[in-house]
Write a protein that binds this ligand. Structure first.
Ligand SMILES: NC(=O)c1ccc[n+]([C@@H]2O[C@H](COP(=O)([O-])OP(=O)(O)OC[C@H]3O[C@@H](n4cnc5c(N)ncnc54)[C@H](O)[C@@H]3O)[C@@H](O)[C@H]2O)c1
Ligand SMILES: [Zn+2]
Length: 274
């Protein structure tokens, strides 16, 4: 059985599947990842939370990058990978998305249960009093020359609502992700290098709790040996092919009776899967 057919069988059998996504799912929407071949970290080092709070220069650097990243994300549209995940939720195979991404694109694609482990860059907040703004409003200030914007209520530093290095993980999201992983009957890791902890521990936990583990990523990951299925291909085309992959019965019928099947019926078969 081909790896795609096996993937399709696992997805069809799932009723509580979890899609666990990383930066790789958004590269086809034009947002660079961190550790892929064109990754951002070949040229830039991260700003730690403690430095952000202590040092205005660090805030200026963080907002230069933050504003650029925000504009990129705001211009981005869901790609086939995001859209197929939302479709699999509608078909009852996937119950939640756990994402390390901060771009918010799973929401735009129509996924309704999205656990954002590293927060979102769509909102920003004062680090002293908690007042919130849409990041678009803060980025406008940055672009007009306010290089490290402060809160108009208390003067505290404003930061995107993303989890920086040196910051703790959000408790609610960690708990929800843990519950989803432990209850999953399929866990699919999509576009993550699986080297960032504790996020990478969720595939391990789900597998230990009995879920088959599928890893879809175009590079090796440290968990490949643990996975039931590793697909080292591009995400968009693979997810689209998954949706079109015929069921066993359809393959059998198509194989035996192919000379009787007119092309329009073949298309209808595809539209029914998985
Ligand atoms: N879009 C975003 O929100 C975004 C972008 C960059 C970084 N980040 C943050 O950086 C951290 C990076 O960790 P990570 O594991 O998510 O990402 P990562 O950058 O460490 O790994 C991404 C992986 O996806 C693979 N990949 C890239 N495009 C692919 C494609 N089209 N098809 C198949 N595989 C593809 C890469 O080879 C790489 O192994 C995350 O915690 C996230 O918060 C988020
Ligand atoms: Zn404030």
């Amino acid at each position: 059985m081909s790896e795609l057919a096996r993937f399709a069988e696992l997805v069809r059998a799932a009723k509580r599947g979890v899609a666990f996504t990383g930066a790789g799912i958004s590269t086809e929407s034009g947002i660079p990842d961190f550790r892929g071949p064109q990754g951002v970290w070949t040229t830039e080092t991260p700003v730690y939370y403690q430095d952000f709070m202590a040092d205005r220069d660090a805030r200026v650097r963080a907002w230069q990058r933050g504003a650029r990243m925000f504009r990129r994300c705001a211009d981005a549209r869901p790609n086939d990978g995001h859209l197929v995940i939302a479709e699999l939720e509608r078909r009852g195979h996937i119950t939640s998305v756990i994402t390390q991404n901060i771009d918010g694109i799973h929401h735009d694609a129509g996924s309704t249960v999205v656990i954002e482990l590293h927060g979102t860059n769509r909102r920003s907040a004062c680090q002293h009093c908690g007042k919130e703004w849409p990041t678009s409003a803060v980025v406008e200030r940055v672009e007009k020359g306010d290089e490290a914007p402060d809160c108009d209520a208390c003067g505290g530093p404003i930061k995107t609502s993303t989890v920086s290095f040196g910051q703790g993980m959000p408790e609610t999201e960690m708990r929800l992700a843990l519950e989803a992983a432990l209850q999953a009957d399929l866990f699919v890791s999509i576009g993550s290098s699986l080297v960032v902890e504790p996020a990478a521990s969720f595939p391990r936990l789900a597998k230990r709790a009995g879920a088959p583990l599928v890893i879809l990523n175009n590079q090796e990951t440290p968990l490949d040996d643990l996975a039931d299925l590793v697909i080292r291909r591009n995400i968009g085309e693979t997810m689209m092919a998954l949706l079109r992959s015929p069921t066993k019965l359809q393959s059998l019928v198509a194989g035996r009776w192919s000379r009787f099947i007119r092309p329009e019926f073949g298309f209808r078969f595809q539209a029914l899967a998985p």
